[in-house]
Ligand binder design. Structure first.
Ligand code: SAM
Ligand code: SF4
Length: 337
């Protein structure tokens, strides 16, 4: 792996001293399912011409890497519906300074792509899995395909992706019955399961504070079943998850609690939307137009300045639950989760 040294002045430090080294790239707003907590049932996707090309994404990342961005995660929409994703992975993995390259996927197309992704240089995979029941899968995603997702998980393990992570949404009235089966599944197959609290980013705008099933409640339910969970080591203090181990050492359980325990003070993330807007937060209202620079013959320096402006404007916290909280106009699939 090539290393790039970034001087202290070059790094992306905001007003609160948060150093931004982590970039989430949405490669498409399209998806092959329609999870109710993310997408509307009927959806009009952006015209393809608006979506950044691989060349444009690669250039953006090359420039961001000179500012200390080291970790990338590809997301969407569903990233595996983008044609030749392994081709993009290969380009990004070769960029000097990029130390970690990960993917978040719903897993439906993973069985057919896992090997090519591994060969192309992808380091890590997270698969979203909210249930082990096909009926519930259909209720959530308005489509069928649970077995295909499970096949994708096992194919990724076969292809050599170790410490595969599962992301499960935590929604009151939906997730309670899934917790123990998912935990047993994770334990049996040496997977890291993480529950993510439902956030006000559903396209239908139905989120209510009381719909979020908190990590604390889930943890209690798990401890009632399995006994006390042991806190795992935390190698990266900026990681949002609190991870625990199973007593037998196989797999683990974690909690991402953005609603009940916001972790904004250690947030080091930036986002690039599929059509090339830079965001400093899932909940930001403002965006910085990188596509305009990329397609308007803008220099690398002007791109660097745009990224700096975006970081400089980052708010201290998302403000969910506060009186003046403003829900972003765009839903999760349009931002990149
Ligand atoms: N399609 C891929 C997938 O589902 O893994 C990648 C994109 S998806 C937007 C990324 C993650 O965001 C998924 O794990 C999904 O469960 C989560 N997500 C979507 N809407 C959410 C919401 N309103 N609150 C919390 N997490 C959400
Ligand atoms: Fe698609 Fe992922 Fe959103 Fe579900 S959460 S609709 S899989 S983008």
């Amino acid at each position: 792996m090539l290393h790039l040294s970034t001087t202290a002045e070059q790094r992306l430090v905001d007003r609160l001293g948060r150093v931004h080294s982590n970039l989430r790239i949405s490669v498409t707003d399209r998806c092959n399912i329609r999870c109710f907590y993310c997408m509307p049932e009927e959806v009009v996707f952006r015209p393809r011409g608006e979506i950044l090309t691989f060349e444009e994404i690669e250039r953006f990342v090359r420039v961001a890497a000179t500012l200390g961005v080291k970790k990338l995660r590809l997301t969407g929409g569903e990233p595996l519906v983008r044609k030749d994703l392994p081709g993009l992975v290969k380009r990004l993995a070769a960029i000097p300074g990029i130390e970690d390259l990960a993917l978040t996927t719903n897993g439906l197309l993973l069985a057919e792509q896992a090997e090519a992704l591994k060969k192309a240089g992808l380091h890590r995979v997270n698969v979203s899995l909210d249930t082990l029941s096909e009926d519930t899968f259909q209720q959530i995603s308005r489509r069928s395909g649970l077995q295909q997702v499970l096949d994708g998980i096992f194919a990724a393990q076969q292809a050599g992706f170790e410490n595969l992570r599962l992301n499960a949404i935590a929604i009151r009235g939906l997730t309670e019955n899934e917790i123990v089966p998912l935990a047993k599944f994770a334990n049996r197959h040496a997977l890291q399961l993480r529950f993510i609290e439902f956030m006000p980013l559903d396209a239908d705008g139905n989120w209510k504070q009381e719909d979020t099933l908190t990590g604390a409640v889930i943890r209690q339910l798990l401890e009632d079943e399995f006994g006390p969970l042991q806190l795992a080591d935390r190698p990266d203090p900026s990681q949002p998850a609190l991870d625990y181990r199973f007593a037998n050492g196989s797999g683990g359980i974690g909690f991402i609690n953005p609603v009940s325990e916001p972790f904004c003070e250690s947030c080091n993330r930036l986002r690039l939307t599929a059509e090339g807007q830079i965001r400093n937060c899932l909940f930001s209202i403002t965006e910085w137009d990188a596509r305009k620079v990329l397609r308007g013959n803008g220099s690398d320096d002007s791109l660097r300045q745009l990224i700096r402006d975006c970081v400089a404007a980052k708010k201290p916290a998302h403000g969910i639950g506060e009186e003046d909280f403003e829900k972003p106009a765009r839903a999760m699939y349009e931002i990149g989760g």
